[in-house]
Design a protein around this ligand. Structure first.
Ligand SMILES: [Zn+2]
Length: 287
């Protein structure tokens, strides 16, 4: 009987949903915001000219991907995910980024049982130790750590930065951290279709939240309408920035909003252009 009660409690905890999306990337570095403003200006200048950015949006790129599952113990409620879960997450990433021309190539998968690492917070010594041990590839390769996090966040990720020296702490920390139960079929309803990883990887490519800075701020991408606040659920017609200067309703279906997973279905052409602008500036190997 005791065992059954304990089991029931565990299952309850494991299937507990989150009421809203929580991501650790609400404050992009000033330097990256300035770069985004420059890119937006360049795109506007080129629009309609012979050098329009259409060619940027039509590009394609293979990105090597390394997925690390770091768990407390090898059970589904303690952070462990199966190899099939990894494959399902990998497929969702490629499906979601298909319109951008980005294709991920899953080159390594690692499994690590380590309670301290599994629960390490952003910026902690344990996080650095974990990533110094597990990170693979260069600055142009994506590392995703799927783990319990224990911070109330669905995920967080590093934005691209200038002058990241190989084997520096910044280099090792580069990558995305994703809540294990957000993978496809996970227990964090309604954030369990694997789109948390898509959203976080959007940050890795240099995209901001679509509601960044509210109506007067923005993500500095021209074709994502102004948005005053993060979206919860999937409210059709939500329009937080009204008036002639703010055409269009909130981009609630955008991967860079906070909507529920089933609601998120798109990156825009402008975001695709931005991904390649940021890629060339920060992540493309320089030789
Ligand atoms: Zn985010």
């Amino acid at each position: 009987m005791k065992f059954q009660l304990a089991l029931a409690t565990t299952l309850l905890l494991a299937t507990e949903g989150l009421s809203r999306r929580t991501c650790g990337n609400n404050n992009p570095p000033v330097e990256l915001i300035e770069q985004a403003i420059l890119f937006e200006g360049m795109t506007k200048l080129k629009a309609g000219s012979d050098q329009a950015d259409d060619d940027l949006a039509a590009r394609a790129k293979y990105v090597p991907l390394h997925i690390h599952n770091v768990y407390v113990s090898q059970t589904r409620d303690q952070g462990y995910i199966t190899e099939q879960d990894v494959q399902n997450q990998f497929k969702v990433l490629n499906d979601n980024f298909a319109s951008t021309g980005i294709v991920f190539d899953l080159v390594s998968v690692s499994y690590t049982e380590n309670k301290t690492w599994a629960n390490a917070g952003s910026g902690s010594a344990a996080e650095l130790a974990m990533k110094k041990s597990l990170r693979r590839g260069g600055y142009d390769e994506l590392n995703i750590y799927i783990r319990p996090l224990r911070s109330g966040l669905l995920g967080y990720c590093t934005f691209p930065q200038a002058n990241v020296a190989p084997n520096s702490d910044k280099f090792f920390l580069d990558g995305c951290d994703v809540l294990f139960s957000s993978v496809p079929g996970g227990s964090t309803v309604p954030f369990n279709e694997g789109k948390t990883a898509t959203h976080e990887v959007g940050h890795w490519f240099g995209l901001f939240h679509t509601f960044q800075g509210g109506c007067t701020g923005g993500d500095f991408v021209d074709d994502t309408p102004a948005q005053g606040s993060a979206t919860s659920g999937c409210p059709a017609g939500k329009d937080t920035c009204r008036g002639d200067q703010y055409p269009g309703v909130d981009p609630i279906h955008n991967y860079m909003d906070y909507s529920d997973d089933p609601c998120m279905t798109e990156f825009t052409t402008g975001q695709t252009t931005r991904i390649y602008q940021m890629w060339d500036q920060y992540r493309a190997p320089k030789w």
